[in-house]
Design a protein around this ligand. Structure first.
Ligand SMILES: NC(=O)c1ccc[n+]([C@@H]2O[C@H](COP(=O)([O-])OP(=O)(O)OC[C@H]3O[C@@H](n4cnc5c(N)ncnc54)[C@H](O)[C@@H]3O)[C@@H](O)[C@H]2O)c1
Length: 360
């Protein structure tokens, strides 16, 4: 690549100034002539998608940011949080992968962080401590999600949104209400991330069957909290049968996998590393679908007509426009039908809670 000494200079300087600290975090305004190691960057080359992570400095946000920096489908990675993004961004920007990383700190920089994004992943908010349910997080996280979604509606209304912040059963309806109010709501672009439930189900079922977890696929439907997490063990691939005892054990472990981690971490938070893995698995599926790959099917909590509830997690087919088809639940056995009825009772309350918060 040849450098033209004069004509590229201003572009280069603009790039340098935009790096890491887009506005004023640590850098002097007029230091663009001092080409120091800390503010130079290579020309992120690879064509790809622009992805923002909101809550990027958190327990999930940091490993998620690292894994997205490795993802070859990502060309630009924006890291936003209310704390610590300069450090996380500086750190991750040293990785010699294609994506260009930029950090954004605090609400003033939120809209800039979102301009032009194709995909926005939201792990912002407080996690559980032992003894808490996901619903106990509602009071804090509902407001955070509302603020972030208002900015998305302004800066990148066409982006696909992957919402991780709990309680997902309520935060997705909140996001939908915010987008409706802004006139930007496209149900196919808003996805609650339930991938961790699928990841756990695949792992635990593989343990019971003595298989490699990569060979196992368990659909998990309903929602993302306690009994609303409904693994469909009758539809496991490869086709498998379980004893009633195994079904009890697996259903309980999958529904309470999050609590297992919360208790093991003993006050230091909830699942972060497995969640970052699951979030990247899901985001990668969304990006491959955006690119035009066919046949991408994942479980997600979305605006849905699969049941009488307005939101429900089930298998969806992803495409260039986000959710292109919501697949039917398929045949359920008696145990699953019973579980579904219980899940729906709780879900209806969580959805209503989110909607009424957003309408306040
Ligand atoms: N969907 C799932 O399967 C799943 C799994 C695990 C955790 N979670 C949820 O993900 C969320 C994050 O968990 P964590 O362990 O990373 O928590 P954490 O406390 O480690 O990190 C949260 C981050 O969000 C940031 N934040 C707070 N307010 C913000 C705002 N207004 N804008 C931007 N960022 C903000 C914090 O500064 C922090 O860096 C929690 O709500 C948790 O319950 C979801």
């Amino acid at each position: 690549m040849s450098m033209q000494p004069n004509s590229d200079a201003s572009e280069r300087i603009a790039r340098i100034a935009a790096h890491l600290n887009p506005h004023n975090l640590n850098m002097e305004e007029n230091d663009s002539c001092s080409l120091m190691g800390s503010n130079c960057r290579s020309k992120g080359g690879a064509p790809g998608f622009k992805v923002a992570i909101l809550g990027a400095a958190g327990g999930i946000g940091q490993p998620l940011s690292m894994l997205m920096k490795i993802n070859p489908l990502v060309s630009v990675l924006h890291l936003y949080d209310v704390v610590n993004t300069p450090g996380v961004t500086a750190d991750i920007s040293h990785m010699d992968t294609g994506a260009v990383v930029r950090g954004f700190l605090g609400q003033k920089q939120l809209e800039d962080a979102l301009i032009g994004m194709d995909l926005v992943i939201i792990p912002a908010g407080v996690p559980r401590k032992p003894g808490m349910t996901r619903d106990d997080l509602f009071n804090i996280n509902a407001g955070i999600v509302k603020t972030l979604c208002e900015a998305i509606a302004k800066s990148c209304p066409k982006a696909i949104v992957n919402l991780i912040s709990n309680p997902v059963n309520s935060t997705v309806p909140i996001a939908a209400e915010v987008f409706k109010r802004a006139g930007t709501y496209d149900p196919s672009r808003l996805l609650g991330v339930t991938m961790l439930d699928v990841v756990r189900a695949n792992t635990f079922v593989a343990e019971v069957l003595g298989l490699d977890p990569r060979e196992v696929n368990v659909p998990v439907v309903g929602g993302h909290a306690g009994i609303t997490i409904l693994p469909l063990l009758s539809q496991v691939k490869p086709p498998s049968s379980f004893t009633p005892k195994e079904i009890e054990y697996l259903t309980d472990r999958i529904q309470n996998g999050g609590t297992e981690v919360v208790e093991a971490k003993a006050g230091a938070g909830s699942a972060t590393l497995s969640m970052a893995y699951a979030a990247v698995k899901f985001a990668d599926a969304c990006l491959r679908a955006l690119r035009g790959d066919a046949g991408i099917i994942e479980c997600a909590y979305v605006d849905s007509k699969v049941t009488e509830l307005p939101f429900f997690a089930s298998k969806v087919r992803l495409g260039r426009g986000g959710v292109e088809e919501i697949l039917p639940l398929g045949p359920l056995n008696d145990y699953e039908r019973e579980g579904l009825e219980k899940a729906k009772k709780e879900l209806v309350v969580s959805v209503e809670k989110g909607v009424s918060f957003a309408r306040k």
